[in-house]
Design a protein around this ligand. Structure first.
Ligand code: 6PG
Length: 472
């Protein structure tokens, strides 16, 4: 898209960790970047610390000057907290914009808010884009994966810049326009749901090794390190291996041993579930992972309960490392399959035409859930895919066939030993439910009809029927 004025190629508002890193990434790719921030004193410091990149950065505390310093049609990226601050900024900046300009929200926003904000821009000649950015600070600085929503107009404008700063997988940029309005933020939300599930399952394997296997953090870290070049090869395994082998300077203990076992969360995992349940889906591995973060915060009751509640544990062998590796692989496949089901349901509901192969492709590098499996998923989505279900693709079925026995043994042993593996068990329950043509909901229907005359469908006739129930 031809520039109609001279000035910065893009504006970045919000110089926190992610905003600063993205601004520097744009600058190092040769773009001129206008920068601004609510706390004006951060701006000069940021530009000063940019060293040789400072020439490409134009700081402006005044919002009107900041906007004027950007070439039209403008691209202005906001890296500020989602929610009320975003709405307040839109209100302030919109009167300063002109036809063709695009505002981009690069934070983890609720896609419902993004849809509302996009709709408010419809017909104004200006555009609003929700863009999911994954990869943390390092990713933002050196190559994130980006999931872009919004209009075709905005994508044409943004594309050369975001492709330049994106992570590359075999030379291909890990960014794409995934659909209109909230599509980009929705895909990022589901990415985070899968991220929660993967982190939880890794933590469960750590729990089995630590609590049943009595292994040290460093030993478990070394095991994870050995997995990082196999089928589990992924950023999260690498991070976990490195974290487990890190030593606390103050105490000389493994860092993980001095960290309180209470996990934080900012809401994206929960949003995945809320949307999944609203659409009649159950992403139960993700659900277990979000739930486990909730249980983690109930520290006081857990400490109180430990000496009071009997384990009732049964004898079982601690699972071997090969089974643990297979269990994690199967769980990882199943968590992704659930995430893709949620994406498919949303794509249908919102008419987004999400391309699951492209989504897998842009998750292959840069983002937090990047893993060797994503290339397999991308290929599976491009190949034979019965019913559109990832788990039914021939290659994925083969991988599951080889890894499910390990998952069964790990879940069975953990249950016997009294070690909680909620996300791994949920994955297995999902798998066993999905592979059974005749489930047990016939009895649910019978119960519903018995107590509430809700009616049911028969296997041998159409229409709605009632049972001849024996009175209690
Ligand atoms: C990413 C991450 C990131 C997220 C953190 C923390 O893709 O780079 O998903 O966006 O903010 O992982 O999320 P929680 O605080 O909810 O764990």
């Amino acid at each position: 898209m031809a520039k109609t004025s001279t000035g910065a190629d893009i504006g970045v508002y919000g110089l926190g960790t992610m905003g600063s890193a993205l601004a520097l990434n744009f600058a190092s790719q040769g773009f001129d970047v206008a920068v601004s921030n609510r706390e004006a004193n951060w701006i000069a410091d940021f530009v000063k610390e940019a060293g040789p990149l400072a020439d490409r950065l134009k700081g402006n505390a005044d919002l009107a000057f900041f906007v004027q310093s950007i070439s039209r049609p403008r691209s202005i990226l906001f890296m500020i907290p989602s929610g009320a601050p975003m709405d307040a900024m839109i209100k302030l900046i919109t009167p300063l914009l002109e036809e063709g300009d695009t505002l981009i929200d690069g934070g983890n926003a609720d896609f419902n808010a993004t849809r509302r904000r996009s709709a408010a821009f419809d017909g104004t000649g200006m555009h609003f884009v929700g863009m999911g950015v994954s990869g943390g600070e390092q990713g933002a600085r050196h190559g994130p994966s980006m999931m872009v929503g919004g209009s075709d107009h905005s994508w044409t404008q943004l594309r050369p810049m975001v492709e330049a700063i994106a992570a590359k997988f075999e030379g291909e940029p890990c960014v794409d326009h995934l659909g209109p309005d909230g599509a980009g933020h929705f895909v990022k939300t589901v990415h985070n749901g899968i991220e929660y599930a993967d982190m939880q399952m890794i933590a469960e394997i750590y729990g089995v090794k630590r609590d049943a296997g009595k292994q040290s953090a460093a030993e478990i870290g070394a095991l994870f390190e050995s997995w990082s070049s196999g089928p589990l090869s992924s950023y999260l395994i690498e991070v976990s291996a490195a974290a487990l082998q890190s030593v606390d300077v103050k105490t000389g203990l493994p860092v993980v041993d001095v960290i309180l076992d209470q996990a934080g969360q900012k809401g994206t995992g929960r949003w995945t579930l809320i949307e999944a349940l609203r659409m009649g889906q159950s992403a139960n591995t993700i659900e277990a992972a979000v739930g486990a973060r909730g249980w983690s915060s109930e520290k006081a009751i857990r400490v109180m309960a430990e000496p009071l509640l009997e384990a009732g544990a049964l004898a079982a062998q601690v699972p071997d490392d090969a089974d643990l590796e297979h269990a994690l692989l199967a769980g990882r496949i199943l968590a992704h399959a659930q995430g893709f089901r949620v994406l498919a349901a949303a794509s249908e509901e919102f008419d987004w035409s999400l391309d699951m192969a492209r989504i897998s492709e842009i998750w292959r590098a840069g983002c937090i859930i990047r893993s060797a499996l994503l290339d397999d998923f991308a290929k599976a989505f491009r190949g034979e895919l019965p019913g559109g279900h990832l788990v039914l693709a021939p290659e994925i079925r083969k991988m599951l066939g080889a890894s499910i026995p390990g998952l069964r043994r790990v879940v069975a042993a953990s249950v016997s030993l009294g070690v909680a593996v909620p996300a791994l068990s949920a994955s297995l329950a999902w798998y066993d439910s999905m592979r059974r043509g005749r489930g047990t909901a016939n009895l649910i229907q019978a119960q519903r009809d018995f107590f509430g005359a809700h009616g049911f469908e028969r296997v041998d006739a159409s229409g709605k029927h009632h049972g001849d129930w024996n009175a209690l």
